[in-house]
Design a protein. Structure first.
Length: 230
């Protein structure tokens, strides 16, 4: 009886191994249907077509924006993405700038270095250094204690993570020339102060010179080299 079943069983095993091999090949290049994994290796050809900081691939840039607004719509769209806890999207006459905090709903969003102290102490919830002071300035979303994760430099965010956000912005707002994305804590807090002004109904144009100076410092102006390892 078992001898008669030998061929069907071997055939099934071969089929399962073939399917498994195809699945592994898909995961290798980030083609798995599980879109929560932003850490999958990427092909070199994908990097040349990246959707963020594209102008810096070809030479130096300037951040001489002539208009500044907060986009609640784009912010909401990015907030719904895996890996994003909070996204603040500022739009100018030509670019979109994203400040964000990262949650744990997607792997491979950034390197393994932790910047946030999440010890969960009862005293000094927002500041371990001042154990009896639970005050957090209203303009700040993150001060490094018991909060979601940040990244001091935008290069610490994975290519695939930034690519997914930039592609969504370009799909929803096709006139955007370039997209800049950072999870830097200081940048996040400053953009939050701009958002609060916008929610009050105030124009952000008086803040434009400060904004241009800030994004120049955060993203730089020098040409950036392609990175294919993230």
């Amino acid at each position: 009886m078992f001898r008669k079943l030998g061929f069907p069983i071997c055939g099934m095993i071969f089929l399962l191994l073939t399917i498994s091999g195809c699945a592994e090949e898909g995961r290798e290049y980030g083609k798995s249907p599980d879109h929560t994994n932003f850490g999958a290796p990427v092909e070199k050809t994908e990097e040349a077509e990246r959707a963020y900081q594209t102008q810096q691939l070809h030479g130096p840039v300037t951040h001489n924006n002539n208009k500044l607004e907060y986009s609640q719509f784009l912010s909401n769209q990015l907030n719904a993405m895996n890996g994003v806890n909070t996204a603040l999207v500022m739009t100018t006459d030509q670019n979109a700038y994203v400040a964000l905090m990262i949650d744990s709903s997607a792997v491979g969003t950034k390197g393994t270095t932790k910047e946030t102290n999440n010890q969960g102490t009862a005293k000094g919830f927002y500041n371990d250094h001042v154990p009896f002071n639970d005050y957090l300035p209203p303009n700040e979303l993150n001060n490094g204690f018991n909060n979601y994760e940040t990244a001091i430099h935008h290069d610490l965010l994975s290519h695939r993570f930034k690519q997914a956000m930039a592609e969504k912005i370009r799909l929803l707002q096709p006139d955007v020339m370039d997209v800049y994305i950072s999870a830097n804590r200081d940048f996040l807090n400053k953009m939050n102060s701009y958002v609060l002004e916008s929610w009050k109904g105030n124009s952000l144009m008086p803040l434009l010179p400060d904004f241009n100076q800030t994004v120049t410092k955060v993203f730089g102006t020098a040409q950036s080299l392609p990175q294919v390892t993230k």
